[in-house]
Write a protein that binds this ligand. Structure first.
Ligand code: NAP
Length: 435
């Protein structure tokens, strides 16, 4: 009998309980030899009132210290409580005792990557985390097993780009399709349960940054602190940016990217103008997409629901099946250090879109040209479209866009700082990448 300890019974945990309780009673099913030993929550009273748990209802435990003490006696630890404090105690204890540990927790994986690598080296435990990136999209196992060949010294992934946060994608879709202001779209996301009361982690790009950090570690073997990944969110996107997007035949998306080549490994999360023909551009609402560019396979994309109880639970249970099927093949999920291609490079080289809000006067373009020349930033285009028809662009407040050729993010930040000091510049210039 394989005994399983489930930590957390919320959106994901509840759906995992439902699948497991169905599958365990299936004779000859993949989980037929399994039993759930405990379901750990903060307060079990509310779960006992809920009759939905059927056969599992006697298993609730709400004493975390007791639950941690019981870990040595189980085979599999599934962490679905979230956060990086108690969740870390659970995952660490499971790994130290050589258990199969499954987690959906990207924040934890991102924060403790180095500690997990050390535990991967020093224990016989297995760590699986399919649900941590892209919810129900089976990207991690596909990447490691089928695309990157984690057990051979075979590379091939050149770039991974995607929409890795469904909440911010829902907000952008609402803003674009229904011409809603940002605040209204956030409120809609909260009303539908897509965004938390404090949506910062989603709208500021932090959630996507954890996920691209994980994918980057898996694809290129480089471990980097999240703070070293360039990250800007969607809070300053305005309706006019979608109009410029249309003029440029692009959609505005929050895109997370990692690139590995002979010059090193880079990663970033930025609002991005995505060409209409790219599958990322047509990924709308709460959907996620991961696009991989591979040396021999060319472009590959997988899209689907990046969150939600049932979809995420499917990934958790698929980890469970795989780990049980491949017992004693620990460590495959974290790849291996020999996949390390090159060092991480914090600065990035991209084409940028800079939207400026200015008070109209003679000489603005001359000033911009001069600052760009000083910084060796090459301008590709200057756009002013639309011109005041549907917008309240009075003569005192105009918006227009400068598109640069490929240049470094550091230089663009410097450019922004210099432009904001020009007396005609009103407010912070807004920056996006071009895919
Ligand atoms: N929701 C999604 O769609 C989704 C998608 C991908 C990944 N994830 C990840 O999955 C994890 C779980 O997310 P979720 O949405 O299911 O969270 P949730 O709905 O808030 O559920 C959390 C569960 O954990 C329990 N819990 C929390 N803190 C605890 C503690 N200190 N001690 C004991 N139990 C504790 C809660 O018990 P009480 O109810 O008693 O407080 C609840 O049962 C997170 O890491 C999240 O990032 C979620």
């Amino acid at each position: 009998m394989t005994s399983i300890a489930l930590f957390g019974c919320g959106t994901v945990g509840m759906a995992v309980c439902d699948i497991i309780s169905r599958e365990m009673v299936e004779e000859d099913g993949p989980l037929s030899g399994c039993s759930v030993d405990m379901i750990v929550v903060r307060d079990k009273t509310k779960y006992l009132q809920d009759g939905a748990k059927n056969i599992l209802k006697d298993l609730f435990v709400d004493d975390m210290q007791e639950a941690l003490k019981r870990i040595p006696s189980v085979d599999v630890v599934v962490e679905m409580i979230g956060g990086t404090t108690t969740a870390w105690d659970i995952v660490q204890t499971g790994l130290v005792f050589d258990k199969i540990v499954i987690t959906a927790n990207k924040a934890l994986l991102s924060k403790y990557t180095k500690e997990l690598e050390e535990l991967n080296r020093t224990t016989k435990a297995t760590l699986a985390f399919e649900a941590s990136v892209g919810g129900g999209i089976p990207i991690i196992k596909s990447l490691l097993r089928d695309i990157q060949w984690c057990t051979a010294n075979a590379y091939g992934v050149r770039q991974i780009s995607g929409i890795l946060n469904g909440t911010s994608n829902y907000i952008l879709t609402q803003m674009e399709e229904n011409k809603l202001p940002y605040e209204t779209a956030v409120k809609m996301a909260q009303d539908r349960g897509y965004a938390e009361a404090d949506p910062s982690a989603d709208v500021l790009g932090w959630d996507a940054r954890c996920k691209i950090q994980i994918l980057q570690r898996l694809a290129f073997g480089v471990t980097v602190d999240p703070e070293n990944i360039v990250c800007e969110g969607i809070t300053d996107i305005q309706e006019v940016d979608f109009e410029y997007g249309k003029a440029m035949d692009c959609k505005v998306k929050l895109v997370a990217t990692t690139v590995g080549n002979k010059n090193g490994v880079r990663a970033w999360v930025l609002p991005t103008m995505v060409p209409m023909i790219d599958p990322i551009a047509s990924t709308n609402g709460v959907k996620n997409i991961v696009s991989i560019y591979h040396e021999t396979m060319g472009p590959i994309s997988m899209s689907g629901f990046g969150a939600g109880g049932d979809t995420t639970a499917h990934s958790v249970v698929s980890d469970l099946y795989n780990c049980l099927k491949c017992k004693n093949t620990s460590s495959v999920w974290f790849g291996s250090a020999r996949h390390c291609r090159k060092d991480y490079v914090a600065d990035i080289q991209l084409r940028f879109y800079i939207r400026l809000t200015v008070s109209d006067k003679v000489g603005i373009i001359t000033d911009i040209g001069r600052v760009c020349e000083t910084l060796s930033v090459s301008i590709d285009a200057v756009l002013q479209n639309p011109v005041g028809k549907d917008y309240d662009f009075t003569k005192d407040l105009l918006q227009f866009v400068v598109v640069t050729n490929e240049t470094s993010y550091q230089k663009i930040k410097e450019l922004k700082e210099r432009l904001v000091n020009c007396e005609w510049c009103k407010g912070d210039p807004f920056l996006m990448a071009l895919l």
